[in-house]
Design a protein around this ligand. Structure first.
Ligand code: FES
Ligand code: FES
Length: 146
């Protein structure tokens, strides 16, 4: 029965010891904004913030997050990053988008004035099959400017 904070709210819910955090968020809590692609830590779609750091929720067990602060895409405030994604059409199917928003949110907090190369390095942990990445890079740099 892990206790954690999810998007600012205290959560206590039953979880089998082998339940993945991604499944806990999606199926137990109904937070389906976190997407699951590969379930192997490769695609980045399931990225959430655990204690402020981006983490693959398909590689964490729910019980490992005892006492942690978890933030999913539903918990992100609308801000310059969302606006820049819209402005640059930085999503198509949107499957990768939640994970990318989580990683970029954490990254831009630490590096508010990143180079394009640094943005591309962050995105190297995320697979997007639609956009070719160019508009995502542009959106991240635009959000940083804002
Ligand atoms: S679903 Fe977790 S990294 Fe792909
Ligand atoms: S927008 Fe479709 S996978 Fe990225």
């Amino acid at each position: 029965m892990p206790h954690m904070t999810v998007n600012g709210e205290a959560v206590e819910a039953a979880a089998e010891p082998r339940l993945l955090l991604s499944d806990f968020l999606r199926h137990t809590l109904g937070l389906t904004g976190t997407h699951v692609g590969c379930e192997h830590g490769v695609c980045g779609a399931c990225t959430v913030l655990i204690d402020g750091r981006p983490a693959r929720s398909c590689l964490a067990l729910a019980v490992q997050c005892e006492g942690a602060e978890v933030v999913t895409v539903e918990g992100l405030e609308e801000g310059p990053l969302h606006a820049a994604f819209r402005r640059h059409f930085a999503l198509q199917c949107g499957f990768c988008t939640a994970g990318i928003l989580m990683s970029l949110t954490a990254f831009l907090r630490e590096r508010p004035r990143p180079t394009e190369q640094e943005v591309r390095e962050v995105l190297s942990g995320h697979l997007c099959r639609c956009t070719g990445y160019t508009p995502i890079v542009a959106a991240a740099l635009d959000a940083a400017d804002a």
